[in-house]
Design a protein. Structure first.
Length: 318
């Protein structure tokens, strides 16, 4: 396995998103005529890998993805899409017994949506996938984790990565109804909840910087080393375990927020893999998330580094 380049490894879900747009969503038992549809790469694991791959193009940083797909046409499409973003798929496994995960997404004229996710092969991810990706987990500078695969597998991946010296970044999405496994808290270097996930994990809504700071304190007390509370249009509150701060939002005109969180985490990983100081890494992550909202789609909304650098230059932190 090549090992000359710093590595970002995303360990998580791979889906194909089937999205239909219509003037309104159907009621139970009703059929409506749609206006358009798209079949695109999705899943938080693959979205974060794809976004990191686009950012890392030409940088000397390698991006790889570990997880499972089925031996089906959707799995083939996922591979082709991820390769287009420059993602190394050597750690990715195929499952002969499970279908590739899919998300069925309906979107109405006002942007409201309803989503049905069928996890498929994602839900079969276990410690054998961790074992298969062990060389990658042990070599990675940054490991990106999410919660669209079983938590026991996430925990095993986090343990192996941290034991080898990687930074482990967990996007706690979707936020589990009963919270994180007790042991998982101790294996997280950086937790990146958004507003709803922060509320699910702490009972506090980060509507203000002060509330976000209180929520971050609660999360740090559970054992994580650092917290980034993504506050949407109010920016990001961060606490690295020693220092804290608030990164103001970028001024943009959003058209689609679906990819913001995944591009944020990809940007964070890219900056950390380059050795950027924590506050600067937060700012880079915020710029990536903001730019993602100016484009439609999930993985395809990921920005290039040149666009990120231009936005940061045009809107420097006060």
């Amino acid at each position: 396995m090549p090992n000359a380049k710093p590595l970002i490894l995303s360990f998580g879900s791979i889906n194909i998103d089937l999205t239909a747009r219509a003037a309104r969503l159907p009621r139970p038992g009703e059929t409506v005529h749609g206006e358009s549809y798209a079949v695109m790469l999705g899943g938080k694991g693959s979205n974060q890998a794809a976004a990191a791959g686009r950012l890392a193009d030409g940088s000397g940083i390698q991006v790889a993805l570990a997880g499972r797909i089925g031996q089906d046409s959707f799995g083939t499409q996922a591979r082709q899409e991820l390769e287009r973003f420059g993602v190394d798929l050597a750690p990715l496994r195929e499952d002969a017994a499970q279908a590739t995960g899919i998300a069925l997404i309906g979107i109405d004229g006002s942007g409201e949506n309803c989503i049905t996710v069928v996890g498929g092969a994602n839900m079969a991810v276990d410690e054998t996938d961790v074992a298969a990706a062990s060389e990658w987990l042990e070599r990675a500078a940054v490991v990106l984790l999410q919660l669209e695969v079983p938590q026991q597998a996430v925990l095993a991946a986090a343990r192996k990565a941290r034991a080898a010296g990687a930074l482990v970044v967990l996007d706690p999405a979707p936020a589990p109804e009963h919270g994180l496994l007790d042991a998982l808290w101790q294996e997280i270097d950086i937790l990146t909840p958004n507003e709803s996930e922060t509320f699910q994990l702490t009972g506090l809504r980060p509507d203000t910087v002060e509330d976000a700071a209180k929520a971050a304190d609660l999360l740090l007390a559970k054992g994580v080393k650092a917290v980034l509370v993504k506050m949407g249009s109010r920016g990001v509150f961060w606490h690295d375990g020693t220092q804290s701060g608030h990164s103001a939002p970028f001024r943009i005109e959003p058209v689609d927020t679906v990819a913001a969180g995944d591009c944020f985490n990809a940007g964070l990983a890219f900056a950390l893999a380059q050795g950027k100081p924590f506050p600067e890494a937060v700012r880079i992550a915020s710029a990536c998330g903001a730019l993602a909202t100016t484009r439609h789609g999930a993985a395809d909304a990921a920005p290039e580094w040149e666009a990120v650098a231009a936005l940061m230059a045009a809107q420097p932190e006060a």
